[in-house]
Design a protein around this ligand. Structure first.
Ligand SMILES: Cc1ncc(COP(=O)(O)O)c(C=O)c1O
Length: 431
């Protein structure tokens, strides 16, 4: 492993996606320099794109265009939503009419699960897992209750063997004729493990189970082939790897074999364009994925997605995935080489195989929380996930190998100077 900055620069010079960085706004902040002595105004080292993607000029221009349309009252019927739907369908391996851009991720979980979870006879259970993002499991809990059932009985969690990952075979072993719906993440938000969605879909269908995935941590960085895999439903947010701004309007997918299934949470936006403004008493849902929308979505929340989605398609999702795997491998290799030894004690908590990895590296350290805080003062933005994970995400469109190299130097420095010891374990909240 060549851990020199020269090698990092060489990798940057060979990076076919390097030109995209200049289209993103990389914020500057007053931060500590490498020896922890002086403060400088300099660009932050942003390793948090799996939480909130950065703003691009492409996204910004679309917001300005949307504001103009609003001012001139030409935003209605501008076709923006349909264009984003068409583009995002390509990212997830679906036809445009199987995708809707609507609401937020958790709302879409409720909409989809309320539709597909129909406990009948012996089939009364939802199969989930204990490591999924809490919002998913809260929504599942609520949906079980709304069907008049007891979550203690009917919400079944597959347990993790190691606290970080879930084995596909453990999920498959829990599939039986009591399970109505299996709801899983594509990528685990802490460990970054990517589940084998094709295999799980096949297994679910062998058992007569409907299967859906929360793809918040994979859309925009991992290619999906929902139609080919036969996934029943999926949803994703658009503010992480999709760079669509905080709270951007989310996406959902419904396999066309389910078109016509009555939505569990009907609303007027579930009508089609042709009958929405008929204002009829009876709900006549659209014949495609639009049916699972509930209310109208903010056009300003939608607008950045025009620019940010187009950018990913232009760059090529396969190229994005290739760089993501390469740059995360680079980070893992330097950690193994330089940071796993004394006095540093860092480790890698995500699976190593490329086909089992999402877009982030789970850097492990017993002092993860205090180290994250110390890094923040050094202008390195990561995020901490209890108990011992620092998530680090080199985003293919805007992170350079040199930045990753520099982040590693900061990881060393906070230990070398005992800097993390100045921070309190008690701090809570988002960081
Ligand atoms: C995997 C996953 N699912 C759901 C959510 C919740 O998203 P929202 O706040 O858009 O409902 C998040 C938020 O980070 C997430 O990471």
């Amino acid at each position: 492993m060549d851990t020199s900055i020269k090698y990092a620069k060489k990798l940057d010079s060979e990076d076919p996606l390097a030109e995209y960085r200049s289209r993103f706004y990389i914020p500057k902040r007053e931060t500590l320099d490498m020896d922890g002595e002086r403060r400088w105004i300099k660009p932050i080292l942003y390793m948090d794109g799996n939480s909130l993607g950065l703003c691009s000029s492409d996204a910004e221009e679309e917001v300005i265009a949307e504001l103009r349309r609003w001012k001139s009252l030409t935003s209605r019927g501008s076709g923006v939503t349909e264009k984003i739907q068409e583009m995002q369908a390509k990212l997830v391996g679906a036809e445009p009419d199987e995708v809707a851009i609507t609401a937020g991720a958790t709302v879409n979980i409720h909409s989809l699960v309320s539709t597909f979870y129909q406990p009948r006879g012996r089939r009364t259970k939802i199969l989930a897992d204990e490591l999924n993002f809490p919002s998913d499991n809260y929504a599942l809990w609520g949906q079980v209750r709304l069907k008049g059932r007891d979550p203690e009985e009917d919400l079944v969690f597959v347990r993790s063997r190691d606290g970080r990952t879930i084995q596909e075979e453990d999920i498959i072993a829990a599939m039986n004729d009591e399970v109505a719906v299996c709801h899983l993440p594509s990528v685990y938000y802490t460990s970054g493990q990517l589940l084998d969605m094709r295999r799980l879909t096949e297994a679910a269908h062998d058992h007569g189970i409907i299967i859906g995935f929360d793809c918040c941590h994979s859309v925009g960085v991992v290619p999906h082939y929902f139609d080919e895999w036969g996934v029943d439903y999926a949803l994703w947010c658009n503010y992480k790897y999709m760079n669509g701004s905080s709270g951007a309007i989310a996406g959902l997918y419904v396999n066309r074999k389910h078109f016509g299934t009555m939505p569990g949470l009907p609303g007027w936006w579930g009508n089609s364009w042709s009958n929405r403004f008929d204002f009829e008493l009876e709900f006549k849902p659209a014949e495609d994925a639009q049916a699972y929308c509930i209310g109208g979505s903010s056009s300003l929340g939608m607008a950045p997605l025009m620019g940010s989605t187009r950018m990913i398609l232009d760059a090529g999702l396969d190229n994005v995935r290739e760089k993501s795997l390469k740059i995360t491998q680079y980070l893992m290799d330097i950690i193994d080489d330089e940071l796993s030894v004394e006095p540093y004690g860092y480790g890698v908590g995500n699976p190593r195989e490329p086909e089992r990895r999402g877009g982030h590296v789970a850097v492990e350290h017993v002092e993860a929380k205090r180290i994250s805080l110390a890094l923040r003062d050094r202008g390195v933005l990561t995020d901490y996930r209890p108990p011992t994970t620092i998530r680090m995400t080199p985003v293919p469109l805007y992170t350079s190998y040199e930045e990753v190299w520099t982040v590693v130097q900061h990881l060393k420095a906070v230990i070398d100077y005992g800097e993390y010891e100045k921070y309190s374990e008690e701090q809570r909240g988002m960081f």
